[in-house]
Ligand binder design. Structure first.
Ligand SMILES: [Zn+2]
Length: 228
């Protein structure tokens, strides 16, 4: 009887140690897999946001996405989201980046349906029709702040202007005509229209043109209307 008890105690003792070792192995594997996963995820994120080192482009082009149709405008939500940019009514030489018509409008206060991604999102610029390879020009005198490429908006040039304005030209071809630091004049070719904005491929070849004033989005058509 006592032997049996002793033997039983020995078995459960071994079982306890085996269980302890298994737990330790499981914890080890879990932490290895987790650290590996987060490292891979970080690399993926870095790939998706390819911005040259040393330049911090304001990323207001990242769209807000909704899977539902937009509801009626809510006054309090509107004031929370984006205050309209203060626009100094200062006339200057401004031209449209391309001669093509607007094919998709600016819409920051209401969600609009994106035919490429098939969801509802804000649109921080205007889409201007332009044949593949058509020259795209700087809309105003300024300095190239940065150029970059990302999966959503494709090859992009960002130009800063006097008065706190920044213009951004996306969906360009890889063959950009300027680089960071270049001074540019209104009408100067900075790149060529393409189809590199993957969230807007349904639009065909075009330029996604967006403007900020003091880092707040503004309707590019309002900016173009400031032309002297
Ligand atoms: Zn667009």
């Amino acid at each position: 009887m006592s032997e049996n008890n002793h033997a039983g105690h020995g078995r459960s003792g071994r079982g306890y140690y085996i269980a302890l070792i298994l737990c330790a192995v499981a914890v080890g594997i879990t932490s290895y897999v987790y650290s590996r996963y987060t490292a891979e995820e970080e690399i993926l994120l870095q790939k998706e946001n390819v911005i040259p080192v040393g330049t911090m482009a304001p990323r207001e082009d990242i769209p807000v996405i909704a899977t539902q149709a937009p509801e009626q405008k809510n006054e309090s939500r509107e004031t929370e989201q984006t205050e309209p940019a203060t626009v100094p009514k200062q006339k200057r030489k401004i031209c449209s980046p391309v001669s093509g018509q607007e094919i998709f409008g600016y819409s920051m206060e209401a969600l609009s349906y994106n035919q490429t991604t098939r969801d509802w999102r804000v649109h921080n610029g205007v889409d201007l029709a332009a044949e593949e390879g058509a020259p795209v020009c700087a809309s105003c005198d300024g300095t190239v702040y940065t150029t970059y490429q990302d999966d959503s908006m494709g090859y992009t040039v960002v130009i800063r202007h006097d008065g706190g304005y920044t213009t951004r030209y996306s969906s360009l071809t890889e063959d950009l005509a300027v680089s960071a630091g270049d001074p540019v004049q209104a009408g100067q070719t900075i790149g060529y229209a393409g189809t590199t904005a993957l969230v807007e491929t349904a639009m065909g070849s075009h330029v996604h043109f967006s403007v900020t004033c003091q880092d707040k989005p503004m309707d590019p058509m309002e900016f173009l209307s400031l032309s002297e």
